[in-house]
Design a binder for this molecule. Structure first.
Ligand code: SF4
Length: 526
């Protein structure tokens, strides 16, 4: 094998290194592709195991990468897939050291650590290693990085991007007269509604081989790998995108905040794994959604909501990541030190909304955004869990998670760990919100109507406990300041009961961290 590689490598002057989240030649510079470089892909065991990444996620990454390699070969490229115990850059370094005639080209990695490793490699071979900008986004990140602060949040960015792209715009104004249709997008699911199934793909021999390898090497990692339903190449991903536009986009907007037991996808696109590894591109998905609107297949509130997720939220958090790294990694505004509740690892809990969300993550490496935000992050906040741990958990547990996307969502948005640069408040709610948006409460051990005591929904008293304890962060904060006033109107005995119920509950949560040192709960201050 080594000889064959040697011959192939000697036939080339240039190599192009493509990362596992850059699987689309459409956005690579034609000037580099015209040189017909040897394309190098790397399966890095160090990357796979620096966190206990979900087994499903690893199988997805490697299977997509191997299918991509096959397609490149079918297009006439010479492809070399390296498997290394080290990081990606270590595999590349070996080639650059052994073959001094080669020049290396690579697209800037999205994730910080890989980018730093590649920078180091570049410094070792300054005349032979060349990088070019990452083209998997619509935004020129440099244009916006300096603007990120409390006065330039998502809404301003989103409007700028709508104007820049012209999506859903007519004569410089938003189509329909409004920028945002969120108010139409908070409906609970009707009892009788048909939820279309998302196509599941049967693993082919490449995926089967990868699954066997992942089980052999990473069986101790998070999650299950019993069923593998995901698309693994661009053709399959496009099929899913078309299916979404026809079958689910029409209802996506109205029900995007709904939760239902045993329905992990509802009307969500479930396209983020493919968007974040490059199989699908943001512009083509926006164009498909706009086409659905123009054809009368999907209403404006759905299409605008979907486009906002892509050109608003996704682009914005990437700019935030670039602006805030690396210091943001240590953000912990409330100073929470408690380890992640054990239930995040095993799903064992009597809180039905949490059990459902974690079950989806364990089985699929996926749950939709409202479960991520209003169930998992909400619970983590209310139980005073270290947000950095939560951030790591999202990174390792989700099939669509890379640091650039999960970190801003967790440390910026859901936990308010950055102190309010990205969001105006932490995402917390009592049980009523979950009750309104889901069917979980009727199947739960706890009673969502009870406010305190051993049968009460824990979200209820934990919410008030949080509002009282961190009132400084809410007092000056518009609508949320009302909650502080409401708490203050409670009787002393109600306040005492809330504090006691919250303390009892938080004290009894079994906690376990696979990423940070264990916390001695007796020393925790709550
Ligand atoms: Fe979740 Fe509370 Fe409802 Fe149970 S009662 S499902 S804990 S919100």
């Amino acid at each position: 094998m080594a000889n064959i590689w040697q011959k192939d490598i000697n036939n080339h002057r240039d190599i192009l290194f493509i990362l596992h989240d850059q699987l689309n030649l459409q956005v690579f510079p034609p000037s580099i592709l015209q040189r017909r470089p040897l394309i190098v892909l790397v399966e890095s065991f160090a990357y796979a195991s620096f966190l206990a990444h979900h087994q499903m996620k690893l199988a997805f990454i490697w299977s997509c990468q191997r299918h991509f390699a096959l397609e490149l070969e079918q297009q006439g490229y010479d492809v070399l897939t390296l498997s290394t115990k080290g990081w990606h850059s270590e595999g590349i370094k070996q080639i650059m050291t052994d073959y001094s005639h080669l020049s290396l080209f690579y697209m800037e990695p999205n994730e910080w650590q890989t980018r730093e490793q590649m920078k180091e490699l570049k410094s070792l071979f300054p005349d032979r290693v060349f990088s070019f900008s990452n083209n998997f986004f619509l935004t020129d990140v440099k244009q916006y990085v300096s603007k990120i602060n409390k006065n330039y949040r998502l809404e301003s960015f989103y409007r700028d991007l709508r104007k820049q792209t012209g999506y859903l715009m007519a004569e410089g104004k938003p189509i329909g007269g409004k920028w945002n249709y969120d108010k139409d997008n908070r409906k609970a699911l009707p009892k009788k509604i048909t939820i279309p199934a998302v196509t599941k793909f049967t693993p082919d021999t490449i995926t089967e081989t990868v699954i066997t390898e992942i089980k052999a090497n990473f069986a101790h990692h998070f999650g299950k790998l019993d069923q593998f339903p995901w698309a693994v190449n661009r053709q399959q991903a496009l099929q899913l995108a078309r299916e979404f536009m026809i079958e689910r986009l029409p209802y996506f907007g109205a029900y995007e905040d709904a939760i239902k037991t045993d329905e992990p996808f509802l009307f969500h696109s479930v396209l983020s794994p493919y968007l974040n590894n490059g199989l699908l591109l943001p512009a083509e998905l926006c164009q498909m959604a706009i086409e659905s609107y123009k054809n009368g297949q999907a209403p404006l509130n759905s299409v605008e909501g979907f486009i906002r997720q892509i050109i608003g939220w996704r682009e914005y958090i990437r700019v935030y990541y670039e602006a805030m790294m690396p210091d943001v990694r240590e953000s912990n505004h409330f100073g929470f030190t408690l380890n992640l509740p054990q239930l995040f690892w095993d799903g064992k809990t009597e809180l039905k909304c949490l059990a459902d969300a974690i079950k989806n993550v364990i089985e699929l490496g996926y749950s939709h955004h409202i479960q991520r935000l209003m169930v998992l992050s909400n619970f983590s906040n209310l139980t005073m869990t270290n947000p950095i741990e939560l951030s790591h958990w999202f990174w390792l547990a989700y099939i669509d998670a890379y640091e650039w996307v999960e970190l801003p969502n967790v440390l910026g948005m859901s936990t308010y760990a950055d102190g309010g640069i990205l969001a105006s408040k932490p995402y917390i709610s009592g049980g009523n919100y979950i009750h309104k948006m889901s069917n979980c409460c009727s199947q739960c051990h706890y009673d969502v109507k009870q406010k305190t005591g051993k049968n009460a929904c824990p979200f209820n008293y934990l919410y008030w406990h949080f509002i009282d304890r961190y009132r400084q962060d809410f007092k000056e904060n518009g609508r949320v300041s009302l909650m502080v006033q409401m708490f203050d109107k409670k009787t002393d005995s109600e306040k005492e009961e809330i504090a006691r119920s919250a303390r009892d509950f938080i004290e009894k949560i079994p906690r376990y961290s696979s990423v940070l040192p264990q916390q001695d709960i007796s020393k925790a201050n709550f």
